[in-house]
Design a protein around this ligand. Sequence first.
Ligand code: TA6
Length: 297
Amino acid sequence: MQSLDALQSAFARDGAVALEASPLGGIVARLTTGNNSAVVALQGAQVLSWRHGPREMLWLSPVARLGTGRAVRGGIPVCWPWFGPHPSDETKPAHGFVRTRTWRVTATQSRLDAAVLKLVYATGPDDRALWPHAAEIELTVTLGASLSLRLETRNLGATPFEMTQALHTYFRIGDISDVVVEGLVGRTYIDKLADNARCVEAGIVTFGAEVDRIYHGDTSAITLVEAQTRRLQIASTGSRSTVVWNPWLEKTARLGDMGAANAFRRMVCIETTNAGDDVITVAGGGAHALGVDYRAL
Ligand code: TA6
């Protein structure tokens, strides 16, 4: 594991990238560009905070802690190499296993318009019982006027493997009743709350109860709209599916790590995915990149 001193000497970039001990435990990288900042934990390469000017854009559980062996609730968890429950073995962790692994910082960059951080995780012997393939994943976080993430999967073996994945982003909102999601009208979706029934989205997505849906189709122009005024543009690449989720009251209680009974009112997940029918096959020696750009309009 990389020590904080070694990380600071190798990767700190004055005014753009700092490596710090997080009050949540563990080591984080802090990116700064102008009035914008982001905090990324080495655990899971998880973005924990994105501040756009004075505003925190991501929701993070108030009881979130690093280094507990459990995934952190909030920010942008990286779900890989499967999304949701394991397709055939329910004893395996939901959303894959890299959320709780320590990733390696491999590069940082201070550009005129952005701060850049790269982290890598390579599957090892401890992972083989969960997933038998040799692979390396690299997350590139670019903070400028927008926040961009690019998750590249590289198949280091000679045979192809299938995977599903997600950048499982928790957006911070004022109240769920004031929020709609535009850009999914007409799309087919799997309703995970209706025995995985396949439905068609009739219009804009609103929230009045738990929502847990995998939308299929183009993901390049989705917008989170709050109180008809605040708009956040979500532009994904390498993805033909988007998950929209709000746990509402009962699931919030069942999860037990949301920090408050009504925490669901302050967050909504709009996730850039390869999920549902959108399964990716990576050829031996090949690669696949999943990307997203978040831009406050
Ligand atoms: O993306 C939505 C979802 O699959 C929900 O079904 C819920 O399980 C959520 O992810 C959180 O999963 P986690 O494993 O982080 O508790």
